[in-house]
Ligand binder design. Structure first.
Ligand code: HEM
Length: 506
């Protein structure tokens, strides 16, 4: 009997050892990287607050594809223009890792568009793109919605300038309310008033949620059960604190829409989704079996998270670049004044404002807000730059590295809008700039973001001049391009001298 038990125990131990060995062993032709089962932490040694910069530094030693390990989990970091283009174009690398943080927003389930994969993701993504168009994206009505928000922002800023004793005003999340309102009008038909306490709470929660993550694995996502032992220290309680109010607000919105829904008269994106749910419930239509209210909550959360910070932070960086490069600001304003002659901008002005467009593109090159995309995962074993990437490997695809790749951009660290203008003085939209990603996972909000960026930037340049602050101000409040790290990079709050230019016929 003892012999049998020993045999069973030994066999189990052997099977377990073989299983773990296959999990943790480095497969043949795995990309080079620092050795060891905890090599992921070598990135921390690079001492860069931004993970993207740490990866660029490490790529100098190991090359464009770096292989890292966190016990049995495998990670690759992909840098350099060609390697990044190849990775984003590779369908095998278009999955998403299971995200503990994101799944908390939908009761621990993988829902929405941002962090899902497979058929569920395809269907929800297709639906979202199609119906965001129905509620305005790409239509002239969108321009009206955006210009209304700009008018509100400008009058708010005018007020702040008038109230300022020394001409300095605080630039901190200047654009968030406006950008969220544009999304909210399309998604829920409603908008927030400036200073609305609920809006302030939601943006502060979202901000904390995005700063909580730096795009890499955190302790809680690697060992989720730690939340039962140390909910406070592990950050779990904080996560709930950030996600809870956003979730409750969205739930309430959907509940209200359910009550007042009129079939065939959709008011907004929520109505369009609810119509599908009603049809599914009444007819048992099998083609809608993946549509679910929890899915809708996930999509709204994703649009809120992916759409607002990215756009508002890009605009925040735009102001900083203008403060730091006043001669470029002069040129932009001269062009805008000459072409618009004091009237508000329209999208049709794009072709007539080449230097302004070039400046905006250069801002997106050096003021990158989503430097590592959203993490990708290998849905099946594949190759990148000749290296073997096993199924399940998480890929950090470094967009930032392509923007400072000297093989693509001469003098990559110089802010030079002229590089985007051709010999005939026309603006050239760059194929090399991957701000919105590429391939199957590319951003679904690109058109909306580009429209907003153009109209906001032109309007603010028209109405105000932005300069370094008057008088001595603390070092931390000086305008700086050094970003606050997180899943998206954020501009630091700063003081700036804001000067009203001339009245514009709004
Ligand atoms: C300047 C503004 C924006 C930038 C720089 C930006 C950038 C990006 C990037 C880099 C990705 C990830 C691509 C990848 O994982 O490979 C992405 C995905 C995404 N973006 Fe944006 N984005 C912006 C605005 C928006 C807006 C306004 C929306 C709202 C509709 C939005 C919704 C999304 C969604 C839902 C995804 C996930 C797509 C998927 O996984 O299939 N984004 N964005």
């Amino acid at each position: 009997m003892l012999l049998v038990i020993s045999y069973v125990v030994l066999s189990a131990a052997l099977a377990w050892t073989v299983y773990w060995y296959t999990l943790i062993r480095t497969p043949a032709n795995y990309p080079p990287g620092p050795p060891g089962l905890l090599s992921f932490f070598a990135l921390r040694k690079e001492k860069h607050p931004s993970l993207a910069n740490a990866i660029v530094k490490m790529a100098g030693e190991y090359g464009p594809v770096i292989g890292l390990t966190l016990w049995h989990r495998k990670f690759v970091c992909i840098s350099g223009h060609q390697a990044v283009v190849d990775a984003l174009s590779n369908p095998a690398l278009s999955g998403r890792p299971k995200s503990f943080d994101f799944s908390l927003r939908t009761k621990g389930l993988s829902r929405g568009v941002l962090m899902t994969e497979g058929e569920l993701w395809k269907e929800q993504r297709r639906f979202t793109i199609k119906h965001l168009k129905d509620v305005g994206v790409g239509k002239s009505s969108l321009e009206g919605i955006i210009l209304d928000e700009i008018q509100d922002l400008v009058s708010d800023m005018n007020g702040a300038v008038e109230c300022s004793k020394d001409g300095n005003i605080m630039l901190d999340d200047v654009f968030t309310t406006s950008v969220i309102n544009i999304l909210w009008v399309m998604v829920s038909g409603s908008r927030f008033k400036r200073g609305d306490p609920q809006m302030d709470q939601l943006t502060s929660c979202m901000n904390s949620f995005m700063r909580y993550s730096n795009g890499g694995p955190n302790f809680l996502s690697v060992v989720p059960f730690i939340r039962f032992i140390a909910p406070e220290i592990s950050g779990y309680n904080n996560l709930l604190k950030y996600i809870g109010p956003i979730r409750s607000y969205i739930e309430e919105l959907v509940k209200e829409h359910r009550k007042t829904l009129q079939i065939n008269s959709p008011r907004d994106f929520i109505d369009l989704y609810l119509e599908v749910l009603v049809e599914k419930e009444s007819s048992n239509n099998l083609s809608y079996h993946r549509f679910h209210e929890e899915e809708l909550l996930g999509i709204i959360f994703d649009i809120f998270v992916a759409g607002s910070e990215t756009t508002s932070h890009t605009l925040g960086f735009a102001l900083l670049f203008m403060i730091i490069h006043p001669h470029i600001q002069n040129k932009v304003q001269e062009e805008i004044d000459e072409v618009l002659q004091g009237r508000p901008p329209s999208l049709t002005d794009r072709g007539r404002l080449p230097f302004t467009e070039a400046t905006l593109q250069e801002i997106q090159r050096l003021g990158v807000v989503a430097p590592l995309t959203v993490p990708h995962v290998a849905q099946q074993s594949t190759e990148c730059q000749g290296y073997h990437i096993p199924k399940g490997t998480v890929a950090f695809i470094n967009l930032w590295s392509t923007n400072i790749d000297s093989q693509v951009w001469p003098e990559p660290n110089t802010f030079l809008p002229e590089r985007h203008i051709n010999d005939s003085g026309k603006f050239v939209k760059s194929e090399k700039l991957l701000t919105f990603g590429l391939g199957k996972r590319s951003c679904i909000g690109e058109t909306l973001a580009r429209t907003s960026l153009f109209l906001f930037f032109v309007s603010l340049m028209q109405h105000f001049r932005f300069e370094s602050p008057r008088n001595d101000v603390d070092f931390e409040l000086q305008p700086s391009l050094d970003p606050i790290p997180g899943l998206t990079l954020a501009p630091r709050p700063c003081l700036a001298r804001v000067i009203k230019r001339y009245p514009v016929n709004m």
